[in-house]
Design a protein around this ligand. Sequence first.
Ligand code: ATP
Length: 570
Amino acid sequence: MDFQKLAELYQELEKTSSGNKMREILSIFLKKVPEEDIAVISYLTLGQIASEYEGVVLGIAEKSALKAVAKASGIDEAKVKKTMQETGDAGLTAEKLLQKKPQTLVPMGKLTVKELFEKLHKITRTTGAGSQEEKINILVNLLQKSSPKGAKYIIRIALGTLRMGAGDMTVLDALAIAYTGDKKNKEQLERAYNICPDVGIIAETLAKKGLKGIEKIDVHVGRPIKMMLAQRVDSLEKVHEKIPGKLAVEAKYDGERMQVHKTKDGITIFSRRMENITEQYPDVLKYLQEHVSGKDYVIEGEIVAIDKDGKPLHFQILMQRKRKTDIEEYVKKVPVQLKLFDLLYYNGKSFLHESYEKRTEQLAKIVTKGKHITLADRVVTDDLGQVDQFFQKMLKEKQEGIMIKAMNSEYQAGTRGWNWIKWKKEYATEMTDTFDLVIVGAFYGKGKRSGTYGALLCACYNDHNDTFETITKLGTGLTDEILAELPKKLQKYQVGHKPARVVVSEIKPEVWFEPTVVVEVLAAEITKSPSHALGLALRFPRFMKLRDDKKAEQATTSKEIQQMYRKSGK
Ligand code: ATP
C-alpha cells in the first residue's frame, strides 16, 4: 500500500475528537488494507514499529530528525530550527519545509508502507561508529520519497510522538468491524490478545485466517501473556460468596510482578507492563538458572527487595533497581528475592487451562528453594478464621496483605475476575483504597506552583467502551519534587485537542494529554458528581505515587469504581 493513503488516514484521525468516529474511520480503512500490510499498519497506527514487548527503539533524537529535514528540503539547519521554534513540533516543521523542496527531487507518492517499515527497522539495527549519520540518511531518503503530509507523520513515528489517540483495544475494535462485520467479535479478538498481546499478529491472523485462526492462537514461550488480576472485597466474609470451598491464601508481596519465559535460547523477564526487564535483573537470571528446572517454561512471581536477613523491604527500595546504568552496583546495594506463585507453561505444554492446584503443584516440582528464590508463602483452608490469622501474620511480616485464590480456577489471562481476591490492610481498617488513574489533562499552577501544574485531571478506564472517563481533579499531595518532574514527563504526551478516547463533563482542563501516565490516588470517598464524565467523583483525593509500572489501559476501571460506590451504600 502507498504510504500516502496511510498519511491521509492519519490526517482524518487527527481531526476527530470522538472515539466512535475514530473507530469507524479506522475500520473503513482497514477493510481496504491488503493482507500483507495489515500487521504493519496496525503497529504504525499505534505509533510503533513492533509490538511493545519487543522493545524496539528507533533511537532518533529530535536534533537528528531536524537535520534530516534540513537535508531533505535543502534548507539550512538554522532556518529549520527557527521553524521548529515557531511550530513547536518536528512533524509540522517537516511538513512546512518540505512543501518547498525542489520538485526535481520528488518522486512523489512512491513510498510504500512496507518500505517505510523496513527502513525504520533498518534504523534500529544501525549501530556503532557513524551510525547517527547513517540513520539520518535513511530518514532523508524516506522524507524525499514522501509527500510533505507524509513527512509530518514519518518524523512523528521516528520520534515516537505520533499520537493518533488509538490504543490496542481501539485497533481490535476496528479490526472486528472491518473483518467480521460485527463489533461483538472483539471479545474473541481480546481473548486471543490476552495470550498474544501483539496487535500485528492478531490483525494478520484475522485477515488471513478469520476467526477460526484467532481461536487457535496459543501461548508462545518468549512472548508475554497478559497477567491475571485480582478483584477486591469490602469484607472478608464475602470471600466465600465468590469462592466456595477451599481457598489458597498467599502472601501479597509489595514488589514488582514478573513473568519469566525460558526457551532454549535463554530466559526473558517481563514486567507487569510486558516490558522486557531482563537486563535490570542479572542476579535474578542467575537464581532462575540455578533453581528452576525445565526445558522451557513460563512462571510468575513477585520480586521484593530484602535486607541482609532476608526480610522484605519497602517497594520504593526495590524501585532503585529500575535503572539502565550501574546495574551491577545496585545488584549488591539492593538484593532481591523472587517469590514464585504460578506456572503457565511447562515443557511444551500450556497450563493456562489447568487448575491453580495443578499449576502450583507443577511449580513446586521444578523450583529448588533458596535465599533469593522461593515459593510464595501460603495456607490452604476453608476456614475464614484461619484466613484472617494468616493475614495478621503477613501484616506483622510487613507484607501488603493476602491474595485469596480459587483452587480449581484456570489462569484467566488479562482478566480481573473473582478467582483471585486481594485483601489489604486498608480494606480491613476502613474502606479507603487507592485508585490508579490516568492523567488526561492539567491546569496551570499559580503562585507557588507557577511554571508547573496546579492540578491534574484524572480519569479511570472504561474497558467496555475503550474510553477514559474523568473522575477527579487532583492537586493535593503533589510534592515539589513531583511538581518539578511532571511537566517534563507529560510534555511528550501533550496534544492540542481533547484526545478522542477521553470523555469529560463539566470540568475541562487547560492542557490535554494523550492518556499515558498513571498515578496512584488515595481518596476518602466516592460521591455522585455531574462535574466528571463517570458521574462520580473522588472526595479528598491525594496523590500517592506515579505508577510507571502500569499502562493507561491498566488503570482502575469505571466498572470497579461503580461497584465500590454501590458497595459503600450510597
Ligand atoms: P495493587 O495496586 O493492589 O497491587 P494492581 O492493580 O497493581 O493492584 P492487582 O491485580 O489488583 O494489581 O493485585 C495483584 C498484584 O499484586 C499483582 O499484579 C502482583 O504484582 C502483586 N502480588 C503480590 N503477591 C502476589 C501473589 N501472591 N499472587 C498474585 N499477585 C501478587
